[in-house]
Design a protein around this ligand. Structure first.
Ligand code: G16
Length: 533
């Protein structure tokens, strides 16, 4: 077949280093960009097959998100804008690791197992972030996609690519499959939500944004005119000089619990940081004594779910709302959500794909990782009920107002994946509607002091976990060793897990005092123990 000959020829231009083994991890393949050319080419091939199989547009995003600038990565996006289905993650790993001469066999194996008709047309959307390596690596993806209908979107945020894939596959029902269409839909919803808020001052409209020197900075600038001054952004780390994610960005701010470099904030000002591909966001401010206050994904989930619950009550809509978190969620947030707000809380493994899946089980599923990655999902039935009520002229004013707010809230949210820009607009709208300052938001509950570390070990894969990564099952004896350290601290909780995006083990601890720091330090030592290394 001519197609296979072409694959053979082109793959020779993107050769696989002999013996290199990579794994499709938490968010696709991630490693130093120099090791990824062949993987990109092969993911172009696989995306084309996935498109033929689903008879829908598939997305490929070239990004390593929060990782250092030298790294890069690639992940596939399924037809509704969600992460690719797990069975195809397995194919991705097989294809990426097939030695050069085995590639055609591996490819044919997928075609056979999935009974793919090669005559079927394919359509693939390719996007990339601003890393220096992203140009050539996205070209390698396009070489794989070849002439089978690929559409190159060039520079986009990860959530914009997910959004456009979904728009394309719903024939525009979710929105127009263009970046401009995305700006129009979100900004209209934001303006609708905030237009009736009385006396919003310029101070209330002001927000400091750390763009992590990445794609989010470029895109939020493009969007600003659509917002018609309803939000006044001061952008820092816009990529004009600094290095991507270096001393800035959502991951740095969350893990270091300090302000990013380059952001000039005065006491009480609202600030937020995106990560390198703008699918995460965290907020923060400086208190009067100069103390740094972080509002992470848990605080965002609490703010949004409180707002939605209130609107549901006002609208008289009986819809079940749940919050999905991971092991990193601060114990105080879980306690507040369960005991005070009385919402259902679920805990899943790290990785948006796991949270997204769990959130789909509810009428309204709010999911956020503590690192600021998250969104809200509305079931089809929930959306219909909201829409029906918003259009019902016989209902009373309070119910109708709440339903209209809910309807615009649905339009503001990018339901395909966590989205820093969409989340930022939602948070700004909620604060405006509820007349809350960032300090009032922060005071909803008090975080337990906590700390996160990365520890380099010889082979992180020796650690296996269970119970949504809250406990280890191997190596033998590790969990007991963790337990004996943790029990020295009050209200303490801790876990270790291998990262799926970096070659490190992540260590997390929280306790009712800053002794959480000691606890993580003792676990750091433990990781250097012969059990692990
Ligand atoms: C990705 C995933 C997130 C995950 C993060 C860290 O984020 O999408 O769900 O929390 O990696 O994962 P790990 O701890 O396994 O390295 P991003 O923003 O880097 O794409």
């Amino acid at each position: 077949m001519a197609q296979f000959e072409e694959v053979s020829q082109k793959s020779a231009v993107h050769p696989k280093p002999v013996g290199l083994v990579l794994q499709y991890g938490t968010a696709g393949f991630r490693t130093n960009s120099k090791q990824l050319d062949h993987v990109m080419f092969r993911m172009g091939l696989l995306a084309t097959l996935r498109s033929k199989k689903t008879k829908a547009t598939i997305g490929v995003m070239v990004t390593a998100s929060h990782n250092p600038e030298e790294d890069n990565g690639v992940k596939l996006v399924d037809p509704m804008g969600e992460m690719v289905t797990p069975a195809w993650e397995v194919y991705a790993t097989q294809l990426a690791n097939a030695e050069q001469e085995e590639l055609l066999t591996a490819l044919k194996d997928v075609i056979e197992r999935e009974a793919i008709s090669m005559a079927q047309e394919a359509s693939v959307f390719v996007g990339k972030d601003t890393r220096p390596s992203s140009d050539s690596l996205s070209q390698a993806v396009l070489d794989g996609v070849h002439a089978l209908g690929g559409h190159n979107y060039g520079l986009v945020t990860t959530p914009q690519l997910h959004y456009m894939v979904c728009c394309q596959n719903t024939q525009g029902r979710y929105g127009e499959a263009t970046v401009k269409g995305y700006y129009r839909k979100l900004s209209q919803a934001f303006i609708q939500l905030t237009k009736n808020v009385p006396n919003r001052t310029d101070d209330q409209k002001a927000l400091l944004v750390d763009g992590a020197n990445g794609i989010g900075a470029l895109k939020v600038c493009e969007m600003e005119t659509y917002l018609k001054n309803e939000l006044q952004l001061s952008l820092f780390n816009d990529g004009s000089s600094g290095k991507l994610n270096h001393l800035c960005g959502a991951d740095y701010v969350k893990v270091q619990q300090r302000a990013p470099k380059g952001v000039e904030m005065t006491a009480g000002e609202r600030c937020c940081s995106y990560d390198g591909d703008a699918d995460r966001i965290v907020y923060y401010y400086s208190g009067s004594a100069g103390r740094f206050h972080l509002l992470d994904g848990d605080k965002i989930a609490t703010l949004i779910s409180t707002y939605l619950k209130e609107l549901l009550t006002q609208a008289g809509l009986d819809l079940q709302i749940a919050v999905v978190q991971t092991a990193y969620a601060n114990g105080s947030s879980t306690q507040y959500l369960e005991d005070t707000m009385k919402v259902i809380v679920r805990c899943t493994k790290t990785g948006v794909k796991h949270l997204h899946h769990a959130a789909q089980e509810f009428d309204i599923g709010v999911y956020f990782e503590a690192n600021g990655h998250g969104t809200v999902l509305f079931s089809k039935a929930a959306e219909e009920k909201i829409q029906k009520l918003a259009q019902d002229s016989n209902t009373n004013d309070e119910r109708r107002r709440a339903a209209l707010l809910l309807q615009n809230t649905v339009n503001l949210i990018n339901q395909t994946v966590g989205d820093a820009i969409s989340d930022m607009l939602l948070i700004e709208a909620v604060l405006a509607i509820r007349g809350m300052t960032v300090q009032q938001w922060d005071a909803i509950y008090t975080d337990l002091p906590n700390r996160q570390l990365k520890v380099k070990v010889a082979d992180r894969r020796v650690i296996d976990t269970t119970d949504a990564e809250r406990r280890t099952v191997s190596p033998a004896g590790l969990q007991e060793a963790i337990d004996s350290r943790v029990k020295k601290y009050r209200r303490a909780r801790s876990f270790v897990r291998p990262s799926g995006t970096e070659d490190v083990v992540r260590v997390y601890a929280e306790a009712d005092t800053q002794l959480a720091w000691q606890c993580t330090a003792s676990l750091e030592d433990l990781m250097k123990n012969p059990l692990i290394s």
